[in-house]
Design a protein around this ligand. Structure first.
Ligand SMILES: Nc1nc2c(ncn2[C@@H]2O[C@H](COP(=O)(O)OP(=O)(O)OP(=O)(O)O)[C@@H](O)[C@H]2O)c(=O)[nH]1
Ligand SMILES: [Mg+2]
Length: 171
């Protein structure tokens, strides 16, 4: 459907004025949200990455093929500033264009308290969530969880991720 080749950074902060379908990426700080987007976009440095949690502090908007808006959200659970958290929650609560939220979980660890809190809140407002495991390259095959496992390092799971996103756009 999309060819995922024409990707541009649009803006930080509030959603763009133009109304296109949107997908969002959420998860704990350092789980690999920004890396997942670079890997999805096949672009090394379009989205800023850092080994220090808390790198992404405002909503970061991208446009794919003039058809889809993708938003990288600040991570929750670690030194998230209250105002950033509120901006994220407000966006997720009131966005008619939002089609699916990719909820990233580090494949090496069980769900953490912050993940469970986010899940509770997301269910309470019926957010359309899809779980995506990150850093699959760090685990041997037999320890990988069931589900959509990705690695920004090796490219694992990119095709499945694209299928999942496109299905949510055209159910
Ligand atoms: N081995 C491995 N490391 C990864 C992978 N994805 C991300 N990382 C590393 O994890 C760290 C955090 O990555 P980011 O993409 O900045 O994480 P984030 O969720 O955007 O972090 P915040 O913006 O701070 O919330 C960086 O050191 C990345 O290089 C992966 O698939 N495999
Ligand atoms: Mg980030």
């Amino acid at each position: 459907m999309l060819n995922w080749k024409n990707v541009e950074f649009l803006k930080s902060g509030a959603p763009p004025n133009r109304r296109l379908p949107q997908i969002a990426v959420v998860g704990r700080s350092n789980v690999g949200k920004s890396s997942l987007l670079n890997f999805l976009f096949s672009r090394k440095n379009l989205v800023k990455i850092s080994a220090t949690p808390g790198k992404t502090r405002t909503l970061q908007w991208f446009c794919v093929d003039e058809f889809l808006h993708v938003v990288d959200l600040p991570g929750y659970g670690y030194s998230t500033h209250k105002l950033d958290q509120e901006a994220t929650e407000q966006y997720l609560t009131k966005s008619p264009e939002l089609r699916v939220v990719l909820h990233l979980i580090d494949s090496r660890h069980p769900l953490q308290r912050a993940d469970l809190q986010f899940l509770d809140w997301a269910h309470s407002i019926s957010l359309p969530l899809v779980r995506v495991y990150t850093k699959g390259d760090k685990l041997p095959l037999h320890r990988r969880p069931d589900g959509l496992v990705t690695s920004a390092t090796t490219g694992m799971g990119r095709k499945e991720l694209i299928e999942t996103i496109e299905t949510s756009l055209c159910p």
